[in-house]
Ligand binder design. Sequence first.
Ligand SMILES: CC(=O)SCCNC(=O)CCNC(=O)[C@H](O)C(C)(C)COP(=O)(O)OP(=O)(O)OC[C@H]1O[C@@H](n2cnc3c(N)ncnc32)[C@H](O)[C@@H]1OP(=O)(O)O
Ligand SMILES: O=CC(=O)O
Ligand SMILES: [Mg+2]
Length: 520
Amino acid sequence: MSTAALTHHVRVLASAGQRHDEILTPAALDFIGHLAAAFGERRRELLKERRRQALRLAAGSALDFPMVTSAVRADPTWQVAPPAPGLVDRRVEITGPPDRRMAVNALNSGAGVWMADFEDATSPTWGNLIDGQLTLLDAIERRLGDHERLATIVVRPRGWHLDEEHLEFEGRPVPAALVDFGLYFFHCARRQIDAGHGPYFYLPKLENRYEARLWNDIFVLAQELLGIPRGTVRATVLIETITAAFEMEEILHELREHSSGLNAGRWDYLFSLIKTFGHRTDFLLPDQAKVTMTAPFMRAYTELLVRTCHRRGAHAIGGMAAQVPVNDPDANEAALAKVRLDKEREAEDGFDGSWVAHPALVPVCREVFDGVLGDRPHQIDRTRDDVEVTAAELLSVRRVSGPPTAEGVRTNVAVALRYFAAWLRGQGAVAVNGLMEDAATAEIARVQIWQWLRHRVVDRETVERVLDDEVVALGAEYPWAPVDDIRALFERIALAGELPLFFTPDAYTRHLVRRTEAQA
Ligand SMILES: CC(=O)SCCNC(=O)CCNC(=O)[C@H](O)C(C)(C)COP(=O)(O)OP(=O)(O)OC[C@H]1O[C@@H](n2cnc3c(N)ncnc32)[C@H](O)[C@@H]1OP(=O)(O)O
Ligand SMILES: O=CC(=O)O
Ligand SMILES: [Mg+2]
């Protein structure tokens, strides 16, 4: 795109940081403007549809595999695009924010893929976002220093629910997903192709096939605008909402010329399930620690995911075990054993690879998948025809339901507060008591409190008392933390009568946005 053709003016409402001009070029901003002009209205409509669907389900509407797309599911002939270069063998994928130091560590970790995350693991301060784009550019240009760039880079933009308040197009904030996708695509798509890979993405928090169609149309236009052959993009969709679990085939079908499979985003999935059905007593869940991947409804979800992917020639990628390394040798061994068990179950179920949250977990994941895959790059040929999953099985929460313990209440409050403290400070993933916490796990913590209060299995006085204690503990542990803001945030998103859909838009707008006058 030549500068002479710039027609879509995007205003930058943030102070210029070091090297930001390399990312926020007039042509890159015009590209984002193009995407916002073409897709902004559709995205707004889809967000309204999310709300309508939430209301329908809250009013008792049944959730089932859609009738209107039964022909897509029944048609055995269609397949997704073949695996792209760098995405054939995905047995170990490491995830993390696109922070420079972590990028170097991830790229050198021995994992085949690095998922550079602008979603669950990133606190979306303006600095983090643009520095993250610079990190990606420098990684591809081999300017990060000490790294050999062994892992394939796959970028996860933010979800559809978020706006980017520092960029404005036609008087509105630009959808955050278009910013993260668009800047990376503009600067790095061609470079990635020249380096033998391509512009690859993970797509978070989709709720239905229409959102997948929107992404596919974005890819088509983006490729066209930059003269990149159609079908070069690859996208792996996270199945991490309960409604998307009923449209796995349709999501693959919509994206089929750009699809690189599905991932079982277990943490957001659990969050979505509670959020969607939190008002129903038969969906009352016990302490989060008791809801494991072997719960029947979670197994139904992962089994269906593997079957769906393999039937369509797509990779099925496993999710994140919560444990990260700790200093105590015995506890560390126990944590590694839990991660191993989790990966063994996934590999045996047919997953083609899985996620790890820390470089020290790469060897265990590799060893487990090596044991099942051997020299084969994946096991897509294991079609899992033995699997049949019904709507009732996906929703069979009742079989693990039960009230929380006092410890469960305290843990959720403590985790949420600690995570919010980190997030408000610009860190989107933290280890708390040896477990990885990010936006998805923090969402679980706060919706559980909301659900337990709603069903009166915990009373408000108890939660308030725990909150008092934990706020004091937080202040003692992190003297820098704005404890009043953190408490107020917790109260708004966990104790309100009506459950806010996500905590991030609220916290972002109140605490992370630093708008300035538009730059010339
Ligand atoms: C639900 C989901 O969406 S899961 C996916 C999203 N979540 C994530 O991606 C979380 C990724 N993991 C992380 O961010 C981190 O591992 C944390 C925050 C949980 C723990 O990080 P730390 O407290 O720094 O761990 P620790 O001190 O053990 O780190 C040791 C080294 O490994 C590096 N490291 C840790 N995790 C990662 C990672 N995921 N990628 C790259 N490097 C990493 C650290 O940067 C540090 O490097 P250094 O010695 O060069 O400074
Ligand atoms: O993004 C992954 C998840 O588990 O949530
Ligand atoms: Mg997630």
